[in-house]
Design a protein around this ligand. Structure first.
Ligand SMILES: NC(=O)c1ccc[n+]([C@@H]2O[C@H](COP(=O)([O-])OP(=O)(O)OC[C@H]3O[C@@H](n4cnc5c(N)ncnc54)[C@H](O)[C@@H]3O)[C@@H](O)[C@H]2O)c1
Ligand SMILES: [Zn+2]
Length: 334
């Protein structure tokens, strides 16, 4: 890893490693030794783990720590973490001295297949998630699939929900790989292939559409309903991946009933999600979820653009007028 970081950050003398307390306890010392071995001065900055650290006040503390370390514009940030310190550390890199280079070393499945790629960095505001941020690309994303073996199983499955999403929207062959997974050991064995496939899909969509106005929106499959589920349950009952899993299944059952999606697609998605221990429905009825969708950040004006599957591996944007959303999604059980 040391030579790869050096290749990505040839000029830097000092590196701020932004991580959280859990990851720091597992990998911090070893990682610091590797970076020192590559000739860098290193300061580890570990924030408390969890989404609650992704805010402006922790951002301020991280920036102060970088300043106290005496970092100049030619120095750099390395995130060693899941998506929370990844988004926070990337944003710190974007604004410290108006921008210093950074490298992501993602340690969760979600971060390895999704959040570390694409250059969206942000913190949450009290009024909503990811509301203050920037588009700021890392110099490199260095992925070691073995790092995720220490993850809590719930986070393994949480990340796999997003992996299933990539198969659904762009790759039937990737989806078929998921249909063959029988255990977490199977997941670990397939992870290099899964990460490669997901990152290639994300990179292609991001290159087409860096600012999230067209093709990149396909990554939002399952997310309009998923975000509504997260909000309805106050971000407590379901992880993001679990909510997205339910969102993909609920939406696809509906679009299949409407004749927009090839018959049998929802069953295939549900089987894969259930085998991963992910939910395919939620107790709340659609009527309870609808009001949350009105506040979705991805919404333009009054319309909501859903991502609809034609079949596994083939997706399209499907704008629905505000007044038609309730009809489109139907009512009753989810
Ligand atoms: N930037 C983007 O494009 C993008 C995309 C999707 C999600 N996100 C963001 O990502 C965040 C969620 O990411 P996440 O699920 O990785 O959260 P996270 O960073 O909080 O990690 C989840 C938990 O796993 C622990 N952990 C991390 N790596 C570990 C390891 N190797 N071994 C053991 N434990 C480990 C962490 O300490 C934490 O408790 C959200 O804030 C979301 O908004 C960003
Ligand atoms: Zn997501």
């Amino acid at each position: 890893m040391g030579p790869l970081v050096r290749q990505a950050l040839p000029q830097a003398e000092k590196l701020a490693v932004i991580t959280d307390d859990t990851v720091d306890g597992l990998y911090g010392e070893r990682f610091e030794a590797v970076l020192r071995g590559a000739g860098y001065g290193v300061r580890r900055i570990a924030v408390p783990h969890g989404e609650r650290s992704k805010n402006l006040s922790v951002l301020g503390e991280v920036l102060e720590a970088m300043s106290a370390f005496g970092m100049t514009r030619s120095d750099a940030v390395v995130t060693l973490s899941g998506g929370v310190p990844g988004d926070l550390g990337g944003f710190a890199a974007a604004v410290y001295l108006r921008g210093v280079p950074f490298v992501q070393v993602p340690t969760t499945i979600l971060a390895q297949i999704d959040s570390s790629v694409g250059g969206k960095v942000a913190v949450d505001l009290p009024s909503g998630k990811n509301l203050a941020g920037s588009f700021y690309q890392p110099r490199a994303v260095l992925i070691d699939p073995d790092l995720v073996r220490t993850l809590d199983p719930r986070y393994i499955h949480d990340g796999m929900a997003e992996a299933v999403k990539y198969g659904c929207i762009r790759s039937e062959s990737l989806f078929r790989l998921y249909e063959g997974l029988r255990s977490d050991e199977d997941i670990f064995a397939a992870l290099p292939e899964i990460i490669g496939a997901c990152c290639r899909i994300k990179a292609a969509l991001v290159e087409e559409d860096v600012r999230d106005e067209g093709a990149r929106m396909l990554l939002n499959f399952g997310h309009t309903i998923g975000h509504a589920v997260e909000r309805e349950y106050q971000y407590e009952t379901y992880t993001h991946g679990e909510a997205v899993a339910a969102g993909m299944a609920i939406l696809t059952r509906r679009t299949e009933a409407l004749g927009l999606t090839e018959a049998g697609t929802a069953d295939r998605i549900e089987r894969v999600l259930q085998a991963l221990g992910l939910p395919v429905s939620v107790p709340a009825p659609m009527e309870a979820l609808l009001p949350h969708m009105a506040h979705d950040k991805k919404k333009r004006g009054k319309d909501i653009t859903f991502v609809v599957l034609r079949r596994i591996g083939e997706s399209a944007l499907f704008p629905v007028r505000g007044e038609d959303v309730a009809d489109f999604l139907g009512t009753g059980g989810c």
